[in-house]
Design a protein around this ligand. Sequence first.
Ligand code: IMP
Length: 194
Amino acid sequence: MELVFATNNKHKIREISELLDNNIRILGLADLNITEDIPEEADTLEENAIFKARYVHERTGMNVFADDTGLEVECLDGAPGVYSARYAGKSKSFDDNIEKLLREMQGATDRRARFRTVIALVLDGAEYLFEGTVEGEIISERRGSGGFGYDPVFLASGFDKTFAEIPLAEKNTISHRARAMQKLLEFLKERANL
Ligand code: IMP
């Protein structure tokens, strides 16, 4: 089976390809010569993921999935959420986003937060959603140099190291994205056995 992952992120494509059996081949947007940025302008992760998957399905007719992720902070009523990538502004860096987050949370005692990934799949014309979350908290100073995004300030529950301090391979076993991917894979494997 060939399945499109509606992303240009080579790391994400490699990550999921490694988890898959040989009978499913993952293609990225670059393999389909889709070079434009697919808009992510909806107000929920679900809508963004579905929009991206449909966008590629409508252009190619292929089976496709897309993901969208947000950091949801309890004391900020779920912000930055779907706006995580552009929290401090459209062309701002990961560091600017962390800066804004720490500013908004200054003095907060309830620092609970979760990463949430939603994957939308269009398979044989039907649509499916999968979700993966990891619970944790936002610490008040950056720690570690690995990972990306909000990793230096995110401490997963039960861990004393941030996502930027633990090895990538370990992060990839417990992360929101890994959990959502795992659900997608289980679904695909069941379908393949039908
Ligand atoms: P995307 O939907 O995967 O592009 O993620 C949107 C934004 O969420 C990214 O730009 C990051 O700011 C944040 N994010 C997503 N995944 C992670 C992660 O694993 N660690 C830290 N930040 C993340």
